[in-house]
Design a protein around this ligand. Structure first.
Ligand code: GDP
Length: 486
């Protein structure tokens, strides 16, 4: 089995981390009189992959002066035996010189190394972890061994670098470098403004350590589609707890609604109600707000005015939602106006025949191609129609985005995929060895290939759809990364 070594100076939380990683499967080796108890081994399983783990720092010399020597010895053990090394530091204290010494030794060793910045118990503290980058590690991960946060991310990174015990044979498939390709005809037709990068969602883990009891929801859309009305319907019709919670900025207020044991936190509800003075200002503001709200959310409700259909601005805002990695539910609002008819059987709203949901949905989907994974709902926020289904869908997509597929399941799936159907124009042959899910929220898959290439958009879509057909991930975008093995 591959071996992971944990190093670090005393009191940084190595043992807590070690215990958390190994659970009850930890075995103390050499814990008998006369035998130096200097290494503790355990076993760990992650996403169907097994590894051994060793705590190299079992002996803590009482004498301060001996610490550097001990550190040196630890590093040597790690570098000799391990396939990957995790160095642990205490994120709440200043860097000490033994830390730097150990880091230097480990970084020179040529093995995959990771820095776990421990005791980062809150989100705010996680930022501090960045300070430790100056130790020189490429992989810096904030964790709280005590609370169990960040552990999943750490394991994802570490396991991705371990030698794979078995390699499955997949046919050679074609990936093409995106740059060389003409834009796909079916390609997305939105063009986010320069610098339109929304930070990826904080990764949530299903490591038994974190269970989402709350979903953060952003209500986004252009002016007058009915965002405030929807917010009122969602928070007002519920007779459950509705409590405004002050957010990070002075005027950001969240409202939380509880439904069947699940909390829905509508982020920055003050922002949802904000309106611009002129039409142009209101439109610009709606984009700025959408991006801000997406950053704070897990799931977005993209509200479309049924009487107007998908406008360019809707597509633009939808594009941001898609790129942000948040889950999306498309909400077609004001459906009442599209169906209410007079004595002549024609719509009161504009005298046209009543709209058909199937036909209408197809039109919306044609205009929001890149959101093909998003469930779509018809509602009337003003009449309070179909509001319950909004809660249900949000909860569903929130669960789906945190789903995990094991590497074993992934391998079986990959064997079944008919790559001939990918029909991608080909100018580069790439072999896919295997694929693992490296993260949740959004589900992110790493393809281990023999060459470092950029995945072509349509190949990504092909693979994404195959994954969806097999595993769901309703409402969530699927992200891919390529890791070339040399
Ligand atoms: P926002 O700018 O997106 O927050 O939009 P508002 O919530 O302020 O709604 C804009 C207008 O649409 C208001 O006059 C609402 O009363 C109206 N409206 C919102 N939802 C509905 C609906 O479901 N049906 C109808 N008929 N009107 C609606």
């Amino acid at each position: 089995l591959p071996l992971i070594a944990v190093c670090g100076r005393p009191n940084v939380g190595k043992s807590t981390l070690f215990n958390r990683l190994t659970g009850s499967r930890r075995s103390i080796v050499g814990d008998e009189p006369g035998i130096t108890r200097d290494r503790i081994y355990g076993e760990i399983e992650w996403q169907g992959q097994d590894a051994r783990i060793v705590d190299t720092g079992g002996v803590v010399p009482d004498d301060e002066a001996l610490i550097p020597a001990e550190i040196f010895r630890q590093a040597q053990v790690a570098l000799e035996e391990a396939d990957a090394i995790v160095m642990v530091v205490d994120g709440r204290t200043e860097l000490a010189s033994p830390d730097m010494e150990l880091a230097r030794l480990l970084l020179r060793g040529g093995k995959p190394v990771f820095l776990a910045v421990n005791k980062m118990d809150t989100d705010a503290m996680q930022v501090q972890a960045e300070n430790f980058r100056r130790l020189g590690f490429k992989n810096v991960l904030p964790i709280s061994a005590e609370h169990g946060t960040g552990i999943g991310d750490l394991l994802d990174e570490v396991f991705a670098m371990l030698p794979e015990p078995r390699e499955i044979e997949t046919p050679e498939v074609m990936l093409t470098e995106g740059d060389e390709m003409a834009e796909d005809e079916d390609g997305p037709d939105f063009s986010p403004a320069p610098g339109a990068v929304v930070k990826p969602a904080r990764r949530l883990r299903s490591h038994g350590e974190y269970e989402a009891k709350e979903t953060k929801v952003a209500i986004i859309g252009r002016p007058n589609v009915g965002k405030s009305t929807l917010l009122n319907a969602l928070t007002g019709t519920s007779r459950a707890i509705v409590s405004p919670i002050a957010g990070t900025t002075r005027d950001a207020v969240d409202e939380v609604v509880e439904r069947g044991g699940h909390n829905f936190r509508f982020v920055d509800t003050a922002g949802i109600r904000r309106k611009g003075k002129t039409k142009l200002m209101a439109e610009k503001l709606s984009v700025i707000m959408a991006r801000k709200h997406l950053e704070a959310a897990d799931v977005s409700l993209l509200v479309i005015d049924a009487t107007e259909g998908v406008a360019a601005l809707d597509a633009n805002i939808g594009g941001y939602a898609h790129e942000s990695g948040r889950s999306v539910v498309i909400v077609i609002n004001k459906w009442d106006l599209m169906t209410k008819t007079g004595p002549d059987g024609m719509r009161l709203f504009d005298g046209k025949p009543p709209a058909d949901q199937k036909v209408y949905e197809q039109q919306v989907r044609d205009n929001l191609k890149y959101l093909e994974y998003a469930p779509l709902l018809f509602i009337s926020a003003a009449d309070g129609k179909n509001i319950e289904s909004v809660f249900k869908k949000v909860e569903l997509v929130s669960r789906e985005r945190r789903k995990r597929v094991t590497t074993g399941q992934m391998n079986k799936f990959l064997e079944k995929v008919d790559f001939q159907k990918a029909s991608v124009p080909m100018n580069k042959r790439v072999r896919i060895y295997y694929m693992t899910q490296a993260a949740v929220a959004p589900p992110t898959f790493v393809l281990f290939t023999d060459k470092d290439v950029k995945m072509h958009f349509s190949f990504e879509r092909f693979l994404g759809n195959q994954i969806r057909d097999n595993f769901g991930f309703i409402g969530s975008p699927i992200w891919f990364k390529i890791k070339a093995r040399n």
